[in-house]
Design a protein around this ligand. Structure first.
Ligand SMILES: [Fe+2]
Length: 237
């Protein structure tokens, strides 16, 4: 039982996105991971009801399927800093850019940054205690596509091996799940993940990823430029 942290997993149904709140029970400092524009009011209400003081808004990557809630949330928590991976050169709006090995601290909670490119070139994964927030790099029984935003199946393979090396018991909290499954473990994904599980070779993984032939996300031409400015244009600020 995690009594010294407050943890919430929240769902946005249009894009099947998970947003996470992680806060220190005692100091009340908190982060929110991957908020969505459509659910800003819900997230602000939740943070307020829990008496949390939002320090950081962590983005795992520049999303192509939905607009971030980052700027909307900052209207209510102006001291909160927006954080993205350092490799997102087109994102000029972030308050803080993080690199591999950097740590974000909120009270007694330490969140370590892992660079996990492949789905996009700037993807990062956040690790805290026995939890890993993988964005779209590693999904439950799946993984993020690699065919736009300078994605690379080869890079994703390496990133997924890096996530797998964190330890079998670590819980995986992804940015999306389209079947409503909320959590997995590294042990499960190593065995059962349909793209990367079962010890698939890099060559086979790359071939599989490069032959997915998926349609582009409906909002990509709007969401990517909006997210590069932290969703500011969308909320009119
Ligand atoms: Fe994505």
């Amino acid at each position: 039982m995690k009594t010294d942290i407050i943890f919430r997993q929240l769902f946005e149904k249009e894009s099947s996105t998970y947003t996470y709140i992680l806060g220190d029970t005692h100091t009340k400092e908190a982060v929110i991971i991957d908020p969505v524009l459509e659910t800003v009011d819900r997230d602000v209400q939740m943070l307020t009801e829990l008496w949390l003081e939002l320090k950081y808004i962590l983005e795992t990557h520049v999303h192509a399927d939905h607009v971030t809630g980052s700027s909307g949330i900052k209207k209510y928590f102006p001291v909160a800093q927006t954080v993205v991976g350092d490799k997102n050169v087109a994102v000029k709006c972030a308050d803080k850019k993080v690199k591999e090995g950097e740590t974000i601290e909120v009270g007694s909670i330490h969140i370590q940054v892992l660079e996990t490119p492949g789905h996009t070139e700037g993807c990062v994964t956040y690790v805290s205690r026995d939890m890993v927030f993988t964005g779209d790099a590693l999904l439950i029984r799946s993984c993020g596509r690699t065919d736009f935003q300078w994605g690379s199946a080869k890079s994703l393979y390496e990133s997924l091996q890096k996530i797998f090396s964190l330890g079998e018991e670590i819980s995986i909290y992804p940015a999306h799940d389209y079947r409503g499954i909320e959590v997995s473990t590294i042990a499960e994904e190593k065995q059962f993940n349909e793209m990367i599980g079962g010890g698939v070779s890099e060559g086979d993984f790359v071939e599989k990823m490069n032959n997915l032939k998926l349609d582009l996300p409906k909002k990509i031409h709007f969401a990517v430029p909006s997210n590069q400015i932290c969703g500011k244009e969308v909320i009119g600020k």
